[in-house]
Design a protein around this ligand. Structure first.
Ligand code: C2E
Ligand code: CA
Ligand code: CA
Length: 849
């Protein structure tokens, strides 16, 4: 993410330092040029014509996107160039400056006059300089001859000089106000402008030549202009749709991810504001039950969020009361309301949408103040806001539910003590802050004989014992300690101590305090505990490790009644297991005991079988089948990943070769771990294997998880490029689970996107998931990428995917991953052959009757 350095803001008033000299230059130069010349009467009519042309040109602002950069194009230089040729200096400068003043004043109603005057002055000065060049270089003996390219050069020079003056003064003012911009920023702001100027000058010259040849040329020019305007309109619409879709996708994902973190407003408001090009976007949730009021606003030019509304209060209240969208623009919404609001001095246009939860309205979301005054909010914007609001309402509800659950989640219902989660969090915190000479102790108390109490006296009695132990522990523990109940009969105490001895001493004291009798009617019970003790940093620094080791010590303590046990590594004996698994895996790979299963990939349009994904399987002799995620992780950590990948790849290539031989060629896909992408020898090895098995590279796809391809660095890039150069296909696996933006995809050397199965499976029930899959499919197609939906389990999902236009699917609906022999049987039972276009045959799924 680009980091922005905060500008040194000075008051914009310093712009006068430029405005005044520019004005003097403009006025002085204009009169100096004009005085010796007469103004022919014809010029007055021409001036009116040019005034109109300048107004139109100034109002024509076009936006193009070139190489992902937005470029704003105006055509003001076209009439200027013609005017330089036809108009006398005084009229030209006056008319040009007047048009600029009117345009600016209309565009920035709320803008300070500083900016307006600066702009007008710089336009006037630049036109005066241009005209001076034209007059100054005019040959003394004759008038300008347009057929002579020297004339073109002079006109060109004149316009360019004018543009340069404007640019220099703009950059100057920005530097004064905001501090020095980097050269790159300056280049980025000016270079596109210079290019546009070049184009405009060319167009202007051409127009001038045409008009000069015959006044009827104007008709031709008009036709060209109309064609261009129509083409630009449809282009702009396309770009806008594209952008909205892309932004919507990012927004939905932001909302989805923020659901539980309370970061909703952050994720939402700035994006929403940008998307609708508004000055403000506000989220308002009035007080409701135990939830306090929430009011956040994103404001243009301000990072972070404000606690003040951006929209008028009455509008939001109205939307809340009526439970319906309130739009305040000249064209939309209730005219009476508009009149009333305007009479109360509310000028900004706005869209306020209610956030509904069932029948209740829990708040509002709004945008106000369209940034570009020329276009107001329109019905599309309203629809967009309503869609976003529906998602936001759900997210708010969820986060409130989470809030409510959070308290319950951190506390044990029976004793009111902290529960395991809270204790783990507290441990995490205290372990994170280290003070010299201090340790963090964790004492684990296991209540002895609780099971017997439950069995002989009933659970109510057992509960009573637990409540009593909790009371005694809390009463006796030092005030700095946190006491929690972390399991059925397990209590934990954590605090800072100065040595493990003092931890043991405290454990002994506490155990004695707890150890007292409890009376149940005629029965008297001895309550006793076994205590395990660990200290940080001696016995670990992860809360989970500490708890697990304390547990181990407590178990050891239980074997000696009434004892207290400090952890020591000798208590461990099971950690050896994982190492054993690594040894077994090596043996399995070496002895070819890994299996490869194949899962079909099918085109959704015409149900053709196009390939299979190869998935590794391992049946451990003692533990049964080990999930691939687990043994892939073991392989990664024990340096066996290369062997694993190669084993799967070879098996896949072997089958692929066999299928080609039977006249039913199928592609194969093999999964790669992120780590493989940092192995510089891998691409060469792939090439060798392809040659060895005689498989054409395009039959092989590598699937790489999203976070592997886009890990935020360029490290995987060289391998990706080399693989692509070999000719194998690359696929982004589990797309949607990482944090990459969709548009970034097109910069990668990949051919395919696999939408993560969580979204595919959610499509049928969650509109958010549906929207995401839709966006991925639409944009990927625009980028020329194949989209594969994985995890297709139901007919309903299949239909939705077809509606959206997703090309390829994979999932249990077609087939589970199968061993080779069963896959062959599946081919026979579920598919039928038909001739393929390019020779050979394809398999098509039989219609299910
Ligand atoms: P993956 O690449 O996302 O593979 C797809 C997983 O989705 C497979 O799980 C497959 O059985 C499962 N699946 C397919 N269709 C459906 C469906 O309709 N519904 C549901 N619920 N699941 C479906 P599997 O085989 O357990 O593989 C898990 C992951 O292990 C794979 O995820 C892949 O990342 C990794 N993996 C498997 N084999 C290899 C390998 O040879 N090398 C590497 N590096 N990773 C592998
Ligand atoms: Ca995969
Ligand atoms: Ca996947």
């Amino acid at each position: 993410m680009p980091r922005l350095t905060l500008p040194v803001r000075r008051t914009p008033q310093v712009a006068w330092l430029f405005t005044v000299p520019l004005s003097i230059l403009a006025v002085g130069l204009t009169f100096a040029l004009q005085l010796p010349l007469p103004i022919p009467p014809r010029d007055w009519y021409l001036a009116i014509l040019f005034f109109g042309l300048f107004l139109v040109a100034d109002a024509t602002v076009m936006r193009f996107e070139i190489r992902r950069q937005a470029i704003t194009v105006t055509v003001a230089e076209v009439p200027l160039l013609i005017g330089l040729f036809y108009l006398s200096p005084l009229l030209l400068v006056t008319v040009r400056a007047a048009a600029a003043a009117i345009t600016r004043a209309r565009r920035g109603r709320e803008q300070a006059s500083v900016k307006l005057w600066f702009n007008v002055a710089s336009v006037a000065a630049s036109v005066a300089v241009s005209k001076a060049i034209v007059i100054g270089l005019e040959p003394s003996d004759a008038a300008w001859d347009l057929r002579d390219p020297t004339t073109w050069l002079v006109l060109c020079l004149a316009v360019a000089a004018g543009v340069l003056i404007t640019m220099v003064s703009v950059v100057g003012v920005i530097t004064l106000v905001n501090g020095r911009a980097s050269n790159r920023d300056i280049a980025r702001a000016t270079v596109p402008g210079l290019i546009v100027t070049g184009v405009n000058i060319t167009v202007g010259l051409a127009a001038l030549l045409v008009i000069k040849a015959t006044p009827w040329g104007i008709v031709l020019l008009a036709v060209l202009v109309i064609v261009f305007v129509v083409a630009y309109r449809s282009y702009a619409q396309f770009v806008q749709q594209h952008r909205t879709l892309s932004e919507m996708y990012d927004l939905m994902r932001g909302i989805r991810d923020a659901r539980y973190s309370g970061m909703l407003a952050d994720a939402l408001l700035h994006r929403l504001r940008e998307m609708l090009r508004a000055e403000h976007a506000t989220l308002w949730l009035p007080v409701q039950a135990r939830f306090p009021e929430v009011l956040h606003t994103a404001q243009v030019d301000a990072s972070g969020l404000l606690d003040t509304p951006g929209s008028p209060d009455p509008l939001r209240r109205l939307a809340l009361e009526r439970g319906e969208t309130v739009a305040l623009t000249a064209k939309l919404g209730d005219p009476q309301l508009l009149a009333r609001m305007r009479s109360e001095g509310l000028r900004k246009d706005a869209i306020v949408v209610p956030l509904r939860s069932g029948d209740a309205v829990i708040g509002t979301l709004d945008v106000s103040g369209r940034l570009n005054d020329a276009v107001e909010f329109d019905p599309n914007d309203v629809r967009l806001m309503e869609t976003v609001a529906a998602h936001v309402a759900v997210a708010v509800e969820n986060s409130r539910l989470v809030d409510r659950l959070r308290f319950d989640a951190a506390h044990d219902a029976l004793t009111g003590l902290a529960n395991r989660r809270r204790l783990t969090a507290a441990l995490e915190e205290s372990v994170g802050v280290r003070a010299p000479g201090e340790m963090v102790a964790l004492l684990l108390f296991d209540v002895a004989g609780l099971r017997q109490v439950n069995e002989s006296l009933g659970h109510a009695a057992g509960d009573q014992v637990l409540v009593e132990v909790a009371r005694r522990l809390r009463a006796s523990a030092p005030s700095s300690a946190l006491v929690g109940r972390i399991g059925g009969d397990e209590f934990a105490v954590t605090l800072r101590v100065d040595s493990s001895d003092s931890a043991l001493g405290l454990a002994k004291d506490l155990r004695n305090q707890v150890r007292d009798q409890m009376v149940f009617g005629t029965l008297t019970l001895d309550v006793d505990t076994a205590v395990g003790v660990v200290v940080h940093p001696d016995h670990g620094s992860e809360p989970a490790t500490l708890i697990q080791r304390a547990d181990l010590a407590t178990t050891a303590a239980k074997t000696v009644p009434g004892s207290i046990q400090l952890y020591n590594p000798g208590l461990e004996s099971r950690s050896v297991r994982r190492l054993a698994l690594a040894g077994d895996l090596r043996r399995a790979i070496d002895n070819d005991e890994l299996d490869v299963y194949f899962q079909p990939k099918v085109t959704l349009g015409d149900r053709r079988l196009i390939g299979v994904e190869c998935l590794a399987r391992w049946e451990h002799p003692a533990h049964g089948s080990v999930p691939p995620e687990d043994f892939v992780a073991v392989a990664e950590h024990t340096g066996q990943l290369g062997h694993l990948t190669e084993a799967v790849l070879k098996e896949g290539l072997r089958r692929c070769r066999d299928w080609s031989a039977t006249n039913h060629p199928l592609s194969i896909a093999v999964n790669l771990s992120t780590r493989t992408l940092t192995d510089p020898d891998f691409p060469t090895r792939v090439q060798e294997l392809l040659g060895e098995y005689g498989v054409p590279p395009h039959r092989l796809t590598f699937e790489i998880k999203e976070e592997g391809v886009l890990d935020g660095t360029d490290r995987p890039m060289p391998t990706l490029h080399r693989l692509r150069d070999i000719g194998v296909r690359l696929s982004v696996d589990d797309f949607g689970t990482g944090y990459s933006s969709l548009s970034y995809l097109r910069r990668l050397p990949v051919h395919e996107v696999k939408v993560d199965r969580s979204f595919v499976q959610g499509m049928a029930t969650d509109p958010g998931d549906l929207a995401i899959v839709n966006a991925v499919v639409t944009l990927s197609q625009q980028f020329g990428l194949t989209v594969v939906a994985e995890g297709v389990e139901s007919e309903l999902t299949l239909e939705l995917l077809q509606d959206i236009g997703c090309e390829v699917g994979q999932g249990f609906l077609f087939s589970r991953p199968l061993p080779y022999e069963r896959l062959e049987a599946w081919f026979a039972a579920r598919t039928e052959s038909e001739p393929a276009q390019g020779g050979g045959e394809v398999r098509r799924l039989r219609a299910v009757t």
